[in-house]
Design a protein around this ligand. Structure first.
Ligand SMILES: NC(=O)c1ccc[n+]([C@@H]2O[C@H](COP(=O)([O-])OP(=O)(O)OC[C@H]3O[C@@H](n4cnc5c(N)ncnc54)[C@H](O)[C@@H]3O)[C@@H](O)[C@H]2O)c1
Length: 368
C-alpha cells in the first residue's frame, strides 16, 4: 500500500493510501499516542454509512474511546460549530496527552483540525479522509479553519496532523458530484506534474471510476506525493506552495459568483483550468501541442459538469477581490507546458477578460 511522507522534521507524518487503509489505524495510533484518550469526531453522513464498523474496530484497539458525530456543510463550517467542538472537548476534560481523530471530508477535517489547534493551545490529531477531494487536497498540509461572513476559510491556523489515511473503500458511497469535485483537483495535479500523470488521467477517463481501484490509488498517490513534497519545502505558502492554486483564480471567482451554492470547489477548478490554459496561450510562449493534449483531458472532465449561468462581468469583479491576490495586482498560475507551472502577476485586465470569454464559451460548449 503506498505511503507518502510529508517531511517536516519532528512534525513529519505518513499518508497511507489504498483499499483497506483504515486497517492500519491501530498501528498508526499506537505510534502517536502513549496512554492518552482517543476522541473521534465523525461527519454524520459518513458515520451513517461506514461509522459503525470503524468505531467498533477503534474501540477494540484503544481502551479509552470517546466519539462525537456532527453534520457538515459550508454554512456549518462556522465559529458556532467550532465552539460546539471545543465545548465538547473541554467538558470531556481533554488533556494534551490525548489524541483527536477526524473522520470525514474536507469540511470536517478543516473544522476538527482548527479545534485541535486551538484547544489547550494544541492537541495532536489525525485524519481518516473520506472524500476524494479530502484525500488529494484538504487532508494534506495542515491548513485548518472555518468560514467567516466576509469569506471562505478566513479564520484558521496551520496545524499539521500526525497521520492521514485514505481508504478507497469509503469512496464507494461518495455521490457522483463529490467524486467529480475530487477529480477536478486530480486533473489539476496532472497539469502540475506533466506526462507521467497525464497518461493515467487519460486512461481513467475511459473506465468506470468506481471499479478502477488500482488506477485511482495511483492517481491519488501521485497527487498526494506532489502536494506533500511542496508542503515539505514551503509549509506556510511563502511562494512555492502557490503553484497548487493552478486553476484556482478562475475557480474561486466562479464559486463566489454562485454564492458557493453552484459548482462544487473541485468542479469550479476544472473550469478554472480551462481559463489557466487560455491565459497561458496569451501571455506565455507555451508548448502548444502539449498544452492542447492537456486541455483535451480537462475538457473531457468538464463534459460531466452541470451547466450553470455565469456572467463575464461578475467573474471579473470576483477575481478582483480574490484573497490570493498579491496586494493590488492579480496573480495566476500558468503553464509553459504540463509539468512546468509559472507564477504570473499583474496581467492586463483586457487579456484576463478575453481569457474569461473563451473559458465561458468552452464551458458552455462542453459542459453537460
Ligand atoms: N485545508 C485545506 O488545505 C483544504 C484544501 C481544499 C479544500 N478544503 C476545504 O474542504 C472542503 C470541501 O471538502 P470536501 O469536498 O471533502 O467536502 P465535504 O467535507 O463537504 O464532503 C462532501 C459531502 O460528502 C459527504 N461524505 C463524506 N464522506 C463520505 C463518504 N465516504 N460517502 C458518502 N458521503 C460522504 C459529506 O457529508 C458531504 O455531504 C471545503 O470547505 C474546502 O474549503 C480545505
Amino acid at each position: 500500500m503506498p505511503v507518502v511522507k510529508v517531511k517536516l522534521g519532528a512534525r513529519s507524518y505518513p499518508i497511507t493510501i489504498g483499499t483497506g487503509a483504515t486497517d492500519k489505524l491501530p498501528q498508526l495510533l499506537s505510534k502517536v499516542r502513549a496512554d492518552g484518550r482517543l476522541f473521534v469526531i465523525y461527519d454524520s453522513r459518513f458515520y451513517a454509512l461506514h461509522g459503525h464498523g470503524l468505531s467498533r474496530r477503534l474501540k477494540s484497539s484503544v481502551s479509552d474511546y470517546t466519539e462525537l458525530t456532527i453534520p457538515v456543510s459550508e454554512r456549518l463550517k462556522s465559529q458556532r460549530t467550532l465552539n460546539q467542538l471545543t465545548d465538547f472537548l473541554l467538558s470531556e476534560k481533554i488533556s494534551r496527552s490525548d489524541f483527536v481523530l477526524a473522520c470525514g471530508g474536507g469540511i470536517l477535517s478543516d473544522l476538527v483540525g482548527f479545534a485541535a489547534a486551538s484547544v489547550l493551545r494544541g492537541v495532536r490529531w489525525g485524519i481518516v479522509s473520506t472524500t476524494l477531494l479530502g484525500m488529494v487536497d484538504a487532508a494534506i498540509g495542515g491548513k485548518t479553519g472555518i468560514n467567516h461572513r466576509q469569506g471562505k476559510n478566513l479564520v484558521g491556523a496551520f496545524w499539521q496532523p500526525s497521520f492521514v489515511t485514505c481508504d478507497l473503500n469509503h469512496l464507494a458511497t461518495l455521490p457522483e458530484r463529490e467524486l467529480m469535485a475530487g477529480m477536478g483537483e486530480i486533473v489539476k495535479y496532472a497539469g502540475l506534474i506533466g506526462s507521467r500523470m497525464l497518461e493515467d488521467c487519460r486512461k481513467f477517463t475511459d473506465c468506470d471510476a468506481r471499479t478502477a481501484d488500482g488506477l485511482l490509488t495511483r492517481l491519488i498517490a501521485q497527487s498526494v506525493a506532489y502536494k506533500a513534497d511542496i508542503v515539505s519545502k514551503d509549509e506556510t505558502e511563502g511562494k512555492l506552495r502557490m503553484v497548487l492554486n493552478l486553476g484556482h483564480t478562475f475557480g474561486h471567482a466562479i464559486e463566489k459568483c454562485q454564492n458557493y451554492g453552484g459548482l462544487r470547489h473541485g468542479e469550479a477548478v476544472l473550469v478554472g483550468l480551462v481559463g489557466a490554459i487560455e491565459l497561458s496561450r496569451m501571455v506565455r510562449k507555451p508548448n502548444l501541442a502539449k498544452l492542447a493534449e492537456y486541455e483535451q483531458i480537462v475538457l473531457r472532465h468538464v463534459k460531466a459538469l452541470p451547466k450553470k449561468n455565469l456572467s463575464k462581468k461578475e467573474l471579473i469583479n470576483a477575481m478582483a477581490t480574490d484573497k490570493k491576490r498579491s496586494g493590488r495586482s492579480n496573480r495566476f498560475i500558468l503553464l509553459d507546458r504540463p509539468g512546468k507551472p509559472v507564477i504570473m502577476e499583474n496581467i492586463s485586465s483586457r487579456l484576463v477578460g478575453q481569457a474569461v470569454d473563451k473559458t465561458l464559451k468552452k464551458y458552455l460548449q462542453h459542459g453537460g
